[in-house]
Design a protein around this ligand. Structure first.
Ligand code: FAD
Length: 383
C-alpha cells in the first residue's frame, strides 16, 4: 500500500478544507446550540461533490476512489460530525447499497439525486427493541399482490425528518436475519410518519428521528435485492459505513490536535506556555500517535475495499480504534484547555460530545470486538 497521496487527493483535501472552514466551521457552534444545521448546506455540499464522491460518473457522481472518500469524511468530521453524518448516511449507507444491490432502474432513479445532494436518504434498521440485535427486527412487510404493506417502528434514524427516501429493513419471512428484506420507501408515501428526537448529547445539529410505518404500501419494484437478502445488505452497508465513521473520527482527532497545539503554544501559566510543561506534552503526544494509528487503520481498510479484497474485520478494527481514540483525544483536549475547554467558545467540548456516539452507532465497540474476536478465533459469540 502506497501511503503517498496523489496530486488529485491532495488537491481535493485542500479544496474540501477551504470550503468547510468557510461554510461549516464558522457556523457549527450556532448550529449545535440551535440543535439544527442550516439545511441549505446540503445542496452546497452537493455542488462541491461530497455526496457523489464514490458514485460513478454515469449516475452523476465523481467516481472517486475509496481513499478520496475517506479524506472527504475526515475533513467533514474535522469540521462538524453532524454534517459528516448527513453525507455519510445518505451517500455512504444508502447510495452505495443501491449501487451494489439495486436494479438498473433503481440506480438510475435514485443515485443522481443522492449524488448531487438534491435529496437525502436515511437508513432504517434500528428499532426501539432491537439495536445490536438487528437481525431480530420486528417491522413487517406483507406481500399483497404487486405490493408490500409495511408496518412497524424505527428508532434513532439519522436524517429521518429531512430524507426523501428511507431504506427500510423489514421482515418478510420467519424469525432471525434470514427473514429480513430491504425496501426503498419514498418518505411521502401515505402512512410514513417521523418524529424528531431532541436533547442529544452530541451531533445536535443532525436530525435524528423515530419513524412510524402504518400500512405503508410500496410496489414490489421497491424491494432492494431478493426477499431474505435484507440483513446481508444491511451488514454489507455497515461494513463500509464503519470505514466512514472511522475516517470521521480521524477528523475529530486531527481537529483536536491542531486546536490543542495552537492553544498550548499561546496560553501562558507560571510565565511559560502550556506547551512547555511535560505533562501537557504527554497528552499531546498521545493524541498525535493515536491520530496516526487511527488514520493508518482507516486507510488500510480503504485500500482493501479499493482492491476488492475482504475488508470487514479491517473496517471493524478501524472503527473500534478510531472511535475510542477520538473520545480519548477530545477528553484530553478539554483537559489541556482547562475551564475554557468546558464552554462552547472553543470546539473541543463539541468534539467530545460528537465523538461519544461514534463508539455506539454503526455497531458498538463491544460488537466490533465480537466481530474481531470471531475473525481471530473462528468462534461466533452471536446466537
Ligand atoms: P443495545 O444494542 O441495547 O446495546 C446496549 C449495550 O449493550 C451496548 O453497550 C452494547 O455494546 C451492549 N451489547 C449489546 N449486545 C451485546 C453483546 N452481544 N455482547 C456484549 N455487549 C453487547 N440506526 C439506524 O438504523 N440508522 C441510523 O441512521 C442510526 N443513526 C443513529 C444516530 C444516533 C445519534 C444514535 C445514538 C443511534 C443511531 N442509530 C441508527 C442506532 C445505533 O446504530 C444503535 O443505537 C446501536 O446499534 C446500538 O443499539 P442500541 O442503542 O439498541 O443498544
Amino acid at each position: 500500500m502506497d501511503l503517498t497521496l496523489t496530486e488529485a487527493q491532495l488537491e481535493f483535501r485542500a479544496y474540501a478544507r477551504k470550503f468547510l472552514d468557510s461554510e461549516v466551521v464558522t457556523q457549527r457552534a450556532a448550529w449545535d446550540r440551535a440543535e439544527s444545521v442550516d439545511i441549505s448546506i446540503v445542496p452546497k455540499l452537493g455542488e462541491m461533490g461530497f455526496f457523489g464522491l464514490t458514485i460513478p460518473e454515469q449516475y452523476g457522481g465523481l467516481g472517486g476512489d475509496y481513499l478520496t472518500y475517506c479524506i472527504g469524511m475526515e475533513e467533514l468530521g474535522r469540521a462538524d460530525s453532524a454534517v459528516r453524518g448527513i453525507v455519510s448516511v445518505s451517500m455512504g449507507l444508502v447510495g452505495k447499497v443501491i449501487l451494489s444491490h439495486g436494479t438498473e432502474e433503481q440506480r438510475g432513479h435514485w443515485l443522481p439525486r443522492i449524488a448531487d445532494g438534491s435529496m437525502l436518504a436515511c437508513f432504517g434498521l434500528t428499532e426501539p427493541d432491537t439495536g445490536s440485535d438487528a437481525g431480530n427486527l420486528r417491522t413487517r412487510a406483507t406481500r399483497e399482490g404487486d405490493e408490500y404493506v409495511l408496518n412497524g417502528q424505527k428508532m434513532f434514524i439519522t436524517n429521518a425528518t429531512w430524507a426523501d427516501l428511507c431504506l427500510v429493513f423489514a421482515r418478510t419471512g420467519g424469525p432471525g436475519p434470514k427473514g429480513v428484506s430491504a425496501f426503498l420507501v419514498p418518505t411521502d408515501t401515505p402512512g410514513f410518519e417521523t418524529r424528531e428526537i431532541k436533547g442529544k448529547l452530541g451531533l445536535r445539529g443532525q436530525a435524528t428521528g423515530e419513524i412510524f410505518l402504518t400500512d405503508v404500501r410500496v410496489p414490489v419494484s421497491a424491494r432492494l435485492g431478493d426477499e431474505g437478502q435484507g440483513f446481508s445488505i444491511a451488514m454489507h452497508s455497515l461494513d463500509k459505513g464503519r470505514v466512514s465513521v472511522g475516517a470521521g473520527c480521524v477528523g475529530i482527532i486531527s481537529g483536536c490536535l491542531d486546536t490543542v497545539v495552537d492553544y498550548a503554544t499561546q496560553r501562558q501559566q507560571f510565565g511559560r506556555p502550556l506547551a512547555s510543561f511535560q505533562l501537557i506534552q504527554d497528552m499531546i503526544a498521545d493524541i498525535s500517535v493515536e491520530l496516526d494509528a487511527a488514520r493508518l487503520l482507516v486507510w488500510r481498510a480503504a485500500d482493501l475495499i479499493e482492491r476488492g479484497e475482504p475488508f470487514g474485520t479491517a473496517a471493524s478494527k478501524a472503527k473500534y480504534f478510531a472511535s475510542e481514540a477520538a473520545v480519548r483525544a477530545a477528553n484530553s483536549a478539554i483537559q489541556i484547555f482547562g475551564g475554557y475547554g468546558y464552554i462552547d467558545e472553543y470546539p473541543v467540548q463539541k468534539y467530545l460530545r460528537d465523538a461519544r456516539v461514534m463508539t455506539l452507532y454503526e455497531g458498538t465497540s463491544q460488537i466490533q470486538k465480537l466481530l474481531i474476536g470471531r475473525a481471530e478465533t473462528g468462534v461466533s459469540a452471536f446466537l
